[in-house]
Design a protein around this ligand. Structure first.
Ligand code: GLA
Length: 684
């Protein structure tokens, strides 16, 4: 059963901080929200000091008044539990709740997320404030659901307080039972690291070269994920017990947390915070980058947890902290574009961050819909337009879901192992980005999926093709599952460094590519990391349009066909391994498995897509320029086609059959014109 939000129609909401404003402003704010078709507000997620101004003294009157007024204006309320920002009295009296850096230096009060999840005291105080809060507000008629904490592991995703080291040992005792097993799993015989007492075991600490035991480093991330989830579970359990009638979610995807596991275990659905403008401050050296459109990849990952979900914070102005995390202003139309980007990928409740820009504090420049002066501005007008549109289309779109024939697959173990291991980690970003880009530019709707211990064939079989680019860690069981997928008709794509590590991160004593060597029908004779003056080889693809000079980036593995039914699709065209195989394809059962001995770059992905002939679902009747994202939300009977123009130019989509615009019901023939940053939703 999908863990989706259940809404009656698409709805707009806004994050509101009544504690930042004088009470006289509230009524006017709520009146204007209603006017803009904003019907939900999120409150209180940082307000612990208001709810518990002194230890053990609770006061729920402030938000009670806000909620009463919200009720008067017909607004619904999401309440955030305030555990991301403990009061000063708390951290002063109980410094053991504070997180520490790798050197053991304590993070002090004054920012947020400065606590650890393992301190028994912090857990106790969090349990108490959450229980009291739920008891105080659970019967309020405005309440629709709870957000646990705020952005778990945002800002900080490593934890080295005293209590974390203790909790890690306990976690290891459960995982390994004996020190002997632990020593084996971590390969501690290497460099005499063998532990003889549990007390000798620590999370990463300052060490020579800051290069921890890699198997410990992987377990550390698994531990952080588990303890984060256990912290969220404390809260979820309380809410479920005291208030079983309202939903429970949490927001944001951050490091070292298995969000899929958390969603399955304790949430009703997952929520995401979408700030596509981050793409403008993180420009790399990527050619023809996706920029804000890359956020669709993140939203697709959220979709893999909850096909219909909530965006709890949608960017509604330029972002910026005082300290320089600063961004440009969304251009006219971009707030609307990004809102529909979220909707396309499954958002049914879209909550803007935030109603009005704060006039004080660290987020002085993180702009909301309204400016400090509160006079009408173009962001208010743009959101009001979206409000009008949601009123028209909201009942049609709600509950419909995105579908794709191709998926890019990842898993947590490899992502976490790849943070430290430079022999496979960086390859994944390169390949995922290249595949996602080309799939976007070719208008092939794409899912981002996560391989999990509980993944079964049925989860994979709905795809024609799965790209699983560099899963260094893989078991024979997973290889067998993937083999079943291929045999039953799937196309599967691997890249360099696949299948050579076990779940502890030890290398198998088997020829590369380890557990998938049989399936792919190849062996790897020789290889090199591409780095420094070790340059990538050129590629030649027999009989194809691979542009001359295309290089094999990241890693070059020299393949060798070990079975007669393996087709060599491309060879290296330079270096000492010139003429040797670089890319193989093998037909297995009804499907195909491809192995590429490098990281994927765009020309290679393009050539593969030409070869396998996957087509956009609207290819028969629409020619879409590459600037436009295509995606479709389906109901049982209907398909709603989203066209999102990310460019600052007007573009035209040519039609070979008439379509109907959902926004105004008009029939469009011949072509659809999209303004700069324009959006259309069509049914055919
Ligand atoms: C995150 C947080 C918000 C706010 C915004 C902007 O998404 O959840 O509280 O801080 O970032 O910085």
């Amino acid at each position: 059963m999908a863990k989706s939000i259940q809404m009656d129609k698409l709805r707009l909401g806004v994050c509101y901080y009544p504690e930042h404003w004088t009470e006289e402003l509230w009524s006017e704010d709520f009146r204007r929200m209603k006017e803009m078709n904003i019907t939900v507000i999120r409150l209180a997620e940082f307000a612990w000091t208001i709810l518990e101004p002194q230890e053990g003294c609770f006061d729920f009157s402030f938000f009670g008044r806000v909620m009463d007024l919200a009720h008067h204006y017909g607004l619904k309320v999401i309440l955030g539990t305030p555990t991301a920002t403990p009061p000063a009295w708390l951290t002063y009296k109980y410094p053991e709740v504070l997180n520490a850096n790798v050197d053991g230096v304590i993070y002090r009060h004054g920012m947020r997320r400065h606590t650890n999840y393992s301190s028994p005291k912090y857990r106790e105080l969090c349990e108490r404030i959450v229980s009291k809060m739920v008891e105080a507000y659970r019967n309020h008629p405005t309440l629709i659901g709870w957000q646990i904490d705020n952005e778990l592991n945002c800002q900080m995703d490593v934890f080295y307080a005293e209590t974390d080291h203790i909790a890690f040992r306990e976690w290891l005792q459960v995982r390994y039972g004996t020190l002997e097993n632990l020593n084996k799993a971590w390969g501690t015989v290497f460099w005499s690291q063998t532990y003889t007492e549990w007390e000798q075991v620590y999370l990463t600490r300052t060490m020579v070269g800051m290069s921890p035991n890699p198997h410990l480093a992987l377990d550390e991330k698994r531990f952080i994920s588990d303890i984060t989830i256990s912290f969220a579970k404390l809260q979820a359990d309380i809410i479920r017990e005291l208030d079983p009638h309202h939903w429970v979610t949490t927001n944001g995807t951050f490091g070292h947390i298995d969000n899929h596991e958390m969603t399955d275990k304790l949430l009703d659905f997952f929520s995401y915070d979408s700030y596509p403008q981050f793409a403008t401050i993180r420009v790399g050296d990527d050619e023809n980058p996706l920029h804000d459109r890359a956020w669709s990849m993140k939203l697709s990952n959220v979709r893999s947890m909850s096909p219909n979900f909530c965006v709890m914070e949608q960017q509604s102005g330029p972002g910026g902290w005082v300290d320089g995390k600063a961004m440009g202003t969304p251009r006219p139309g971009q707030i609307r574009l990004w809102s529909y980007q979220s909707v396309l990928h499954g958002t049914d409740l879209l909550v803007y961050f935030r109603w009005r820009t704060a006039t004080m504090g660290t987020e002085l420049y993180w702009h909301g819909i309204n400016d400090y002066h509160n006079e009408p501005n173009r962001r208010v007008r743009e959101v009001a337009q979206i409000g009008e549109e949601f009123a028209k289309i909201g009942e049609l779109i709600v509950g419909t879901t995105y579908r794709a024939e191709i998926a890019i697959m990842q898993d947590y173990d490899n992502s976490w192992d790849g943070e430290l291991d430079q022999w496979h980690g960086p390859l994944n970003n390169q390949s995922v980005r290249s595949w996602y880009k080309q799939l976007q530019y070719r208008h092939l709707p794409t899912d981002m999926i996560t391989l999990r211990p509980r993944t079964v064939l049925e989860d994979l079989r709905k795809y024609k093709a799965i790209v699983y680019p560099h899963p260094a860690i893989m078991t024979d069981e997973t290889a067998a599952l993937l083999q079943d997928f291929v045999e039953q008709g799937g196309m599967l794509f691997f890249g360099a460094r696949t299948g050579y590590k076990n779940p502890s991160g030890h290398c198998y004593m088997r020829p590369f590519p380890g557990v998938v060597a049989e399936l792919c029908g190849i062996k790897i004779d020789d290889f090199t990391l591409i780095k420094g003056n070790v340059l990538p080889a050129e590629l030649s693809w027999k009989g194809s349009h691979l542009p001359s000079g295309t290089i094999a980036v990241g890693f070059n593995e020299i393949l060798h066909a070990a079975k007669a039914d393996v087709d060599i699709m491309a060879e290296y065209a330079s270096e000492y391994y010139m003429g040797m195989p670089a890319l193989s394809r093998r037909t297995v059962g009804q499907g195909q498995v491809w192995y590429y001995g490098a990281a994927y770059n765009e020309p290679v992905v393009d050539a593969i897509l030409d070869e396998i002939g996957l087509k956009s679902p609207v290819a028969e009747y629409m020619d879409i320029p590459s600037e436009v994202e295509l995606g479709i939300r389906y109901s049982q009977e209907k398909a709603y086609i989203f066209l999102l123009n990310y460019s600052d130019k007007q573009v035209t989509v040519n039609l070979r059959k008439p379509v109907v615009s959902l926004f105004d019901g008009s029939t469009i023939e011949n072509n659809v014109t999209l303004n700069p940053y324009g959006v259309q939703i069509l049914s055919s």
